[in-house]
Design a protein around this ligand. Structure first.
Ligand code: NDP
Ligand code: 2IT
Length: 449
């Protein structure tokens, strides 16, 4: 075993013990650390500076109580989190997730991924993530507002435009960001627009941020296909989820000539062989905050099936997981391959298990990993911060063009890095290595502390 392999093994052995109750974080760390041995062979200075040991330990984890009152005046207590993982290349940056499954391990996995994703964007943002086990589903606007206000009552002291800039993620959209920003402004008595991104357009939000993750994913897919002499036109596509990422991935896929035939939520999935009518989905999910099953009432050719993971049994050319982590396991990956899928790209964070990724690679399926493929959201958040600093707005087209260029650059960097290190066509390795190099070199330049 080389010195590099030895160090990677020791770091992971220690982490397995220290983080044994954080399986998602261990999964994310394992994949990155496993990718790095060949890089470390060429860079003993990273080993001397303890870069790997330092990378897997968050700079700061904040866990706090959030007390709020529902509409019946019943008192509830939730847990709030902010993990400030790595600030080498810029202020901590990453979304906040409100979902009952949230715990420290989930936020650590998301914050860890964010370090490399943010590095890949080429923009000056460090890695962080936050959230709460609060479930916004079924809550009134007033309840969500009271929760957000009480959440910010503690979070405000840990964030700032030059310190840590949260945004949305699962369960946190424009409504929540509005409430969070309003109360932050009140507590601080200052209009510090750059402290949050994903804001409304009337108070410092960027055009195209709402669309950015989904659009960016399709720009990335377009690059992957173009590289192999193919295009999205005429391809049948399945997209899991029906939230922010899924809706705008579907919109761009349709614009590029693809046919999206299935979408899901956490209850089940719809299959529309005529192609999904996005206006109906928007009405149900964005306006009524309803269930995807309602779609079939308006579209008699479409079918609804309980069990959201069964969406991976639908035959298609392209699969875009855009719901949540570990939604594609080994068996579903085999099913996708059996059904003739040619490309899988991740809109969600870590939606494919390591075994699933291996199946895709072994079967020469084009695979776009989350860190690269869904980086358009956070990249556009960084563009929102830029506009806030300049105190001006770019047009939709200007932001969209920048996003397209960023996604093309990420694709080129991930694929050329993969090739350089002897992993041609393995974008998992390419993204991990390219994302790592910028952060590691910066940590080296900044010294040991
Ligand atoms: P939303 O809350 O807008 O939508 C999530 C969607 O996934 C909903 O349709 C939800 O269904 C469905 N879902 C199915 N199973 C689960 C589950 N177990 N846990 C949570 N959701 C589930 O979130 P986003 O679209 O913003 O995020 C989706 C994924 O994309 C996440 O992995 C997120 O981390 C990632 N991401 C988001 C970015 C962003 O800018 N928003 C940027 C980059 C990545 P239901 O309505 O039934 O809950
Ligand atoms: O996972 C992600 O990259 C996000 N949820 C977006 C983070 C951001 O700061 O825009």
């Amino acid at each position: 075993m080389s010195r590099a392999e030895q160090v990677c093994k020791e770091v992971m052995d220690k982490l397995q013990i220290k983080s044994k109750h954080e399986p998602e974080f261990l999964q994310a760390a394992e994949e990155v650390v496993e990718s790095l041995a060949p890089v470390l062979e060429h860079h003993p200075e990273f080993l001397d500076a303890g870069i790997i040991e330092r990378l897997v330990e968050p700079e700061r984890c904040i866990v706090f109580k959030v007390t709020w009152m529902d509409d019946q005046h019943k008192v509830h207590v939730n847990r709030g989190f902010r993990v400030q993982f790595n600030s080498a290349i810029g202020p901590y940056k990453g979304g906040m997730r409100f979902h009952p499954s949230v715990n420290l391990g989930i936020i650590k996995f998301l914050g860890f991924e964010q370090i490399f994703k943010n590095s890949l964007t080429g923009l000056p943002i460090g890695g962080g993530k936050g959230g709460s086990d609060f479930d916004p589903k079924g809550k009134s606007d007033a309840e969500v507002m009271r929760f957000c206000q009480n959440f910010m009552m503690e979070l405000y002291r840990h964030i700032g435009q030059f310190l840590d800039v949260p945004a949305g993620d699962t369960g946190v959209g424009a409504r929540e960001i509005g409430y969070l920003y309003g109360i932050y402004k009140k507590i601080r008595n200052t209009f510090e627009a750059g402290v949050l991104t994903g804001k409304g357009l009337t108070y410092g939000g960027s055009l195209a941020r709402k669309q950015a993750t989904g659009y960016g994913l399709l720009y990335f897919v377009d690059e992957m296909l173009k590289d192999k002499g193919m295009s999205i036109r005429g391809k049948e596509i399945i997209v899991s989820g029906s939230g922010n990422v899924a809706i705008y991935a579907t919109e761009k896929a349709q614009e590029l000539g693809g046919k999206v035939v299935a979408l899901s939520d956490s209850n089940g999935f719809i299959h529309d062989p005529d192609g999904i009518v996005l206006d109906s989905v928007r009405q149900i999910k964005e306006i009524e905050r309803g269930r995807i099953s309602e779609y079939v009432k308006h579209h008699p050719n479409a079918t609804y099936q309980e069990g959201w993971k069964n969406i991976w049994g639908v035959k298609a050319d392209i699969a875009l997981p855009c719901a949540t982590e570990n939604e594609i396991n080994e068996d579903w990956a085999k099913k996708l391959v059996e059904n003739g899928v040619i490309l899988v790209a991740e809109g969600a964070n870590m939606p494919s298990s390591p075994e699933a990724i291996k199946i895709f690679h072994d079967n020469k399926i084009m695979f776009g990993p989350a860190k690269a493929a869904n980086a358009g959201g956070v990249a556009t958040s960084a563009l929102e911060m830029t506009q806030n600093s300049m105190r001006l707005h770019w047009t939709f087209d200007e932001v969209d063009q920048k996003l397209k260029q960023i996604m093309a650059d990420i694709y080129k960097r991930a694929s050329s890095t993969a090739e350089e290190y002897g992993y041609k066509d393995n974008l998992v390795k390419g993204a991990n290595i390219a994302g790592f190099l910028k952060v590691a070199n910066t940590m080296l330049a900044q010294g040991v502390f």
